[in-house]
Ligand binder design. Structure first.
Ligand SMILES: C[S@@+](CC[C@H](N)C(=O)[O-])C[C@H]1O[C@@H](n2cnc3c(N)ncnc32)[C@H](O)[C@@H]1O
Length: 278
């Protein structure tokens, strides 16, 4: 079958399944398996595609038709400077989350002891390791197998994984060691969860999203932990959503005075930067 025909069939299939961006998704999948860029599909319409490659493309398109996220189908997601292995045991790292790393870059301080809470695929910890190759980075999560795989694949040496529940770990580790605490914690409330997109609701792990009834459980725990667990003048950097003002108040109530909110490329408040001034 030729490329033009494969594209047309894939597009029609995804349209029929009501996938929101059928053209973009079909192009991305086909380009991936043929190792070409999406625009080359249109200039090489007559190119013959081998039966094996056609089979791989068809299989991926059928999965996408069931709303499986492309990152899970291809088992990879680009984040900051690296490509991460992902499967449906970990959240797919989002490009919005890269703003946490940009916030760290802006502070431009040689952090030495870093804690990441809820590392998932390891995307944030690995990206920080690229910036701070000699810092001690502790990356904590209840599930660490995929982060471990990524850290090994990417040859990272300064990340120490802790397979722990943060709420149980924190009472025994408030010894004022860290100069940076960073997290994209689970922050969806019960109500938010009901509005989760179909891809995420069907395939991504619930534990990566659910932050308690009001979505703020992790922020409250991190604020409490940071009072003692963070060095004076250390930073807490957190991903937030529309509830960002509530997160700010949680930190203010715990005595943090220096709080700045940063926006993402869609002009939405996305990152809270808190500096401990006591
Ligand atoms: C929103 S995801 C963030 C994943 C990754 N850091 C990223 O930004 O792509 C939140 C992570 O918190 C982890 N998590 C959930 N409950 C936890 C707990 N009690 N203690 C530690 N980690 C937890 C989840 O397993 C998930 O990996």
């Amino acid at each position: 079958m030729n490329l033009g025909c494969i594209y047309k069939r894939s597009l029609e299939y995804l349209k029929d399944k009501k996938i929101p961006t059928p053209d973009k998704d079909a192009q991305y999948i086909i380009a991936h398996f043929l190792k070409i860029s999406p625009h080359e599909i249109f200039i090489n319409r007559d190119r013959e595609v081998s039966p094996f490659k056609s089979f791989l493309i068809k299989r991926a398109i059928v999965s996408r038709g069931k709303f499986k996220p492309i990152a899970y189908i291809l088992k990879r997601k680009y984040f900051y400077r690296d490509v991460f292995f992902v499967n449906n045991k970990v959240l797919i790292p989002r490009s919005d989350t890269e703003h946490l790393i940009y916030a760290v870059e802006e502070i431009n301080t040689p952090f030495k002891n870093i804690l990441e809470i809820g590392t998932g695929s390891g995307a944030i910890a690995v990206s920080l390791s690229r910036l701070y190759p000699v810092a001690n980075i502790i990356a904590l999560d209840i599930y660490t197998a995929i982060a471990r795989k990524n850290i090994k694949r990417l040859g990272i040496k300064n990340i120490f994984l802790e397979k722990k529940n943060f709420f149980k770990w924190m009472p025994n580790n408030k010894n004022g060691l860290f100069d940076l605490i960073i997290s994209n914690p689970p922050y969806l409330s019960e109500k938010d969860l009901k509005n989760l997109g179909k891809d995420a609701a069907l395939y991504e792990p619930k534990k990566a999203f659910y932050g308690g009834k009001d979505g703020l459980d992790f922020y409250r725990a991190i604020a409490e932990f940071a009072k003692a667990g963070l060095l004076k003048l250390g930073y807490v950097i957190l991903e937030v959503d529309y509830k960002w003002k509530k997160v700010m108040h949680i930190f203010e109530k715990e005595g943090f005075g220096k709080i700045v909110v940063k926006k993402d490329y869609n002009d939405l408040e996305r990152v809270l930067v808190v500096q401990k001034d006591f």
